[in-house]
Design a protein around this ligand. Structure first.
Ligand SMILES: *Cc1c(COP(=O)(O)O)cnc(C)c1O
Length: 419
């Protein structure tokens, strides 16, 4: 459930009519609902209770400072994958001891920043990274709390580009070698083992692969404890999928996920960390756009929008489906459109043959489920200004990232004197 509903024929974000935002900010623009973000965060805290737990929002799904602050104020931790994300989380007021640092390629500089600024744990993904972190922590005279991210060799049955838990994927250490590498970690100075981490992929629509992975992690917990390691935390990653269309089969609910977590790892006495991104932010955002032209092609009609693949790349990159709806409810679909943007690539196609009510130039449309991996993946390709973001709460809204002016954009480049 989200808070983007029609009232008197006009799509609203909570209590704000979307045309009001379009008039004030222009289009394209991302619009997020504070109530939906809050609700989704609470779904997870309720699902994991009564186990001790920390819900670490995956900043890579939506890194806007206002979104991070909203979640941080509710008590959320953050999962970051770069120094930039770490700095975002800190700038949004999240204390270091609620931030976990993931990613296969953390640099020494990134490790230093996090160790000096405060960090809950590093989720270490390789032996060379262990050595580097040991060196950096020792040189700073400190100790780095770590888990090792294990690769459980489980197929998440999701899109090829976002599956991360098979042995051919670049992530984590092979679970078969985990005991050996934990022993290596325990022998290194400057490191303190605090738990185990696993993350098998994104947009999972079935609990089976999670259950298979978590069962392996439970077995590994017992084995590592028998080896003398302290395993106090289990970071179970993110990845729970969301419905991108109402007609599809529904992915599992956080409540069912929580029951499965209790069933697989609940008796180990560990604090549970999870790293959901998409399920918290995905359906909490829409991309609002306007129709520029209706163009009749040969045997097909193109709906040319002012949003493009640079604003929302998921359809071009993953072949992803987003529901596209008119902001003014136009009744039943009577037309079939290819919905495209203005960018000079045929890949700039949001949907082919999409049934929609008749739309005219200037009409507003909304892409649903665009709050995750939307604005964060946006670019200025074709020198299109970076898409702005708006946060709605109740009957008010604020621009939380303004659209840059063309002057702002031009001012970022410099022409060398010798040209
Ligand atoms: C991407 C990612 C997440 C979040 O995945 P979602 O599908 O958005 O929940 C969590 N943890 C790690 C390590 C990730 O790479």
């Amino acid at each position: 459930m989200d808070h983007f509903l029609y009232r008197d024929g006009t799509l609203h974000a909570e209590d704000v009519p979307l045309p009001e935002i379009a008039a004030a900010v222009g289009t394209p623009v991302y619009v997020y609902s504070a109530a939906t973000l809050t609700r989704h965060y609470h779904l997870f805290t309720e699902a994991l209770s009564p186990l001790p737990h920390l819900v670490c929002f995956a900043v890579k799904s939506n890194g806007n400072l206002a979104v991070l602050k909203l979640l941080g104020d509710l008590g959320a931790g953050m999962d970051v994958v770069s120094e930039g994300e770490y700095r975002r989380a800190r700038a949004a007021g999240i204390p270091g001891d609620r931030i976990v640092f993931s990613g296969v390629g953390k640099t020494r500089d990134e490790m230093r920043t996090a160790l000096q600024g405060g960090i809950r744990q590093f989720n270490v993904e390789s032996e060379p990274e262990l050595l580097a972190l040991s060196e950096v922590a020792t040189s700073l005279g400190t100790t780095a709390p770590i888990t090792l991210r294990v690769n459980p060799d489980v197929d998440a049955k999701t899109h090829e580009k976002i599956a991360t838990g098979r042995k051919e994927d670049k992530f984590g250490i092979p679970i078969a070698r985990a005991r050996e590498i934990y022993a290596q970690a325990a022998a290194l100075p400057g490191l303190q083992i605090v738990g185990i981490d696993v993350h098998i992929g994104s947009q999972l629509t079935d609990l089976g692969p999670f259950e298979a992975a978590y069962t392996k992690v439970a077995d590994l917990t017992r084995a590592l404890r028998a080896d003398g390691h302290r395993i106090d935390r289990l970071d179970l990653g993110g990845g729970l999928g969301i419905p991108y269309t109402r007609s599809n089969e529904l992915p599992p609910l956080p409540l069912d996920y929580g029951a499965m977590v209790r069933r697989t790892v609940g008796d180990l006495g560990c604090e549970i960390e999870i790293e959901p991104g998409r399920l918290i932010s995905g359906n909490a955002g829409i991309l609002l756009a306007s129709v520029i032209y209706l163009k009749q092609g040969e045997g097909r009609d193109f709906l040319i929008l002012d949003a493009a693949m640079n604003d929302l790349i998921r359809p071009a990159m993953y072949g992803a489906w987003h529901d596209i709806v008119p902001v003014q409810d136009g009744g039943a679909p009577t037309h079939v459109y290819d919905v495209v943007g203005p960018v000079c690539e045929s890949g700039d196609t949001f949907a082919r043959g999409r049934p929609l009510p008749p739309l005219s130039e200037g009409a507003l449309v909304a892409f649903r489920s665009a709050g995750a991996y939307g604005a964060v993946m946006a670019s200025e390709y074709n020198a299109r200004p970076l898409v702005p973001e708006v946060l709605v709460q109740g009957d008010h809204f604020a621009v939380i990232r303004p659209r840059p002016s063309f002057d702002d954009m031009l001012a970022r480049d410099t022409i060398p004197q010798w040209l």
